[in-house]
Design a protein. Structure first.
Length: 119
């Protein structure tokens, strides 16, 4: 059973940075596509970024040039480096295995990690 645990969220001022981490288990991580989604209050969960097993990447237009997704196969971990944060980036961020390029592979989700960006 695939499982993920997200961490690294917090409160940051606009223009600041955060790095999110996602530890994955239950599947062959090195051959899996991984990604991040986010859900703002009162809104649907949306795609943020994905990284293929080959390390190819895809980003939502709203985060291109500001966010960077990466992975460490030795640690079964995927990261999301978020720079130049904006108040509209405030959301709960979730990690999941990816149906390439931007669909969650599983219906089950972790607990997520809260990111709050103050103006």
């Amino acid at each position: 059973q695939a499982q993920v645990v997200e961490s690294g969220g917090g409160l940051v001022q606009a223009g600041g940075s955060l790095r999110l981490c996602c530890a994955a288990s239950g599947r062959s991580f090195s051959s899996a596509h991984m990604g991040w989604f986010r859900q703002a209050p009162g809104k649907e969960r949306t795609f943020v970024a994905a990284i293929a097993w080959s390390s190819s990447t895809v980003y939502a237009d709203s985060v291109k040039g500001r966010f960077t997704i990466s992975r460490d196969n030795a640690k079964n971990t995927v990261y999301l480096q978020m720079n130049s944060l904006k108040p509209e980036d405030t959301a709960v961020y979730y990690c999941n295995f990816i149906g390439w390029p931007n669909r969650p592979a599983f219906d089950s989700w972790g607990q997520g990690t809260q990111v709050t960006v103050s103006a």
